[in-house]
Ligand binder design. Structure first.
Ligand SMILES: [Zn+2]
Length: 423
């Protein structure tokens, strides 16, 4: 959603695309690439030779591929086990290349296959306002937001392999064909136990308006902070409370009190001490984003960071101004303790709670971790981004109740409408 982009420091920089330029030079041990106008046009009919005994199999791979972090599998409310991760592609060749397909597989089973519009929907060149398309210039990079899934624990692999199909402007036999199906290094799967927690809110009407696992604003918030790319909001949720008529607000759009969640209690999801708290930032006007006026530290507005153990830190953001529960850094909270009121402070244009789990106390310089809620009710789902966007514009949310029911040890996915224990 355009408005509810909490802590969404989507600060892709055009300058970054120039980094990492690397051109193979004509030294004795590496091929001199002559891609471009002078390149030969003949297409070799000879397939690449298989490596012989005592040789190492090597392939010219114009696109260098890495993962921002190892994926951590987690069960979603769609009953699929998700691997949400970000592949970073860099064109290491001196000519423009086209990315034709990206495939994730394990042990011969395809987990996710992206090409054409599906690939274009989840691939972005940093700084490109139109997304950047599927072509990469020399040295240019792009991120592909992956959402590979499997059906059961038994199918969770130790590593995920990737095949990236790249089209060159011309073949350069015998070095490469015009279309290169390149195999890249496998990405390990991090099989840690994910945090099992309670929801940060109580009662009914809570919509995950911006969450995993498509390319929502949260997943897209891959930001260069302190010299490194981070994806702290990979599993973040923006919570809005809907009216009985399934609307975002009832009354004037620019009045925070028109939003039914405004002022509701936000509670601790687990036991653990407070490691950071900010409470003196003023409310934003509802219906309007603050624009590029915030410092990095102001994106979260008033917030609490809580150490919930096991390397997991809970982040509760955009809370109402004022330390109404008189909390202090170091203070131990028990699960269910009130820690603030849902507000509209920081990078927000409508009252909501931004919640995520991360691997450090820093809301932006951290890696987002998955989690599950031990018990909750799924009341239905808003099943498309278009429907979520329409709701944000004031239309009633269309809720599909097909999969409604009690849920245990699952993570919400974007569009879920939920009821949580407590009043
Ligand atoms: Zn958010």
């Amino acid at each position: 959603m355009t408005g509810i982009r909490a802590g969404n420091a989507r600060v892709f920089s055009a300058a970054l695309a120039a980094a990492g330029l690397f051109v193979l030079s004509a030294c004795s041990a590496s091929p001199a690439l002559t891609i471009g106008a002078d390149a030969p046009t003949a297409v070799s009919e000879t397939p690449p030779a298989e490596p012989g005994p005592g040789t190492i199999g090597e392939q010219f791979t114009p696109v260098v591929v890495s993962a921002l972090a190892e994926p951590i599998p987690v069960l979603g409310t769609d009953e699929r086990i998700h691997f949400a991760y970000e592949l970073q592609l860099t064109n290491g060749s001196p000519s423009k290349v086209a990315i034709k397909a990206v495939e994730a597989s394990a042990g011969g089973s395809v987990l996710q296959e992206l090409e054409g519009d599906d690939l274009n929907d989840v691939m972005r060149v940093p700084g490109a306002t139109d997304g950047g398309g599927l072509e990469l210039g020399p040295g240019q990079n792009a991120t592909v937001w992956m959402d590979a899934t499997v059906a059961s624990d038994a199918e969770v692999p130790d590593r995920i392999e990737h095949t990236v199909t790249v089209e060159m402007p011309k073949a350069q036999p015998p070095l490469y064909e015009k279309t290169i199906e390149q195999t890249t290094q496998a990405v390990g799967v991090d099989k840690r136990e994910v945090a099992v927690i309670g929801p940060p809110l109580t009662g009914s009407g809570w919509l995950d308006a911006n969450g995993c696992c498509g390319l929502t604003a949260h997943r897209g918030a891959v930001s260069p902070i302190n010299g490194t790319y981070w994806a702290p909001e990979r599993w973040a949720i923006d919570y809005v409370k809907l009216t009985p008529t399934m609307n975002l607000y009832d009354g004037a759009r620019d009045n925070a009190r028109s939003y039914p969640g405004f002022g509701e209690n936000v509670i601790a999801v687990a036991d653990g001490p407070i490691v950071a708290i900010t409470s003196d930032r003023a409310e934003q006007r509802a219906g309007t984003a603050p624009g590029p006026t915030l410092t990095l530290d102001e994106y979260g507005g008033n917030y609490v960071v809580q150490d919930i153990g096991g390397g997991n830190y809970a982040f509760y953001a955009h809370l109402k101004a004022g330390n109404v529960f008189e909390l202090e850094v170091g203070q131990q909270l028990a699960r269910g303790d009130r820690l603030g009121l849902l507000g509209n402070t920081g990078n927000t244009d409508a009252p909501h709670l931004h919640f995520h789990i991360m691997d450090s106390p820093n809301p932006l310089a951290s890696n987002g971790l998955p989690f599950v809620f031990d018990t909750f009710t799924l009341d239905g789902q808003v099943t498309s981004q278009a429907a979520l966007d329409a709701g944000e514009q004031g239309k009633a949310y269309k809720v599909d109740k097909t999969n409604a029911g009690e849920r245990a040890n699952q993570v919400p996915i974007t569009g879920d409408l939920m009821t949580y224990p407590g009043e």
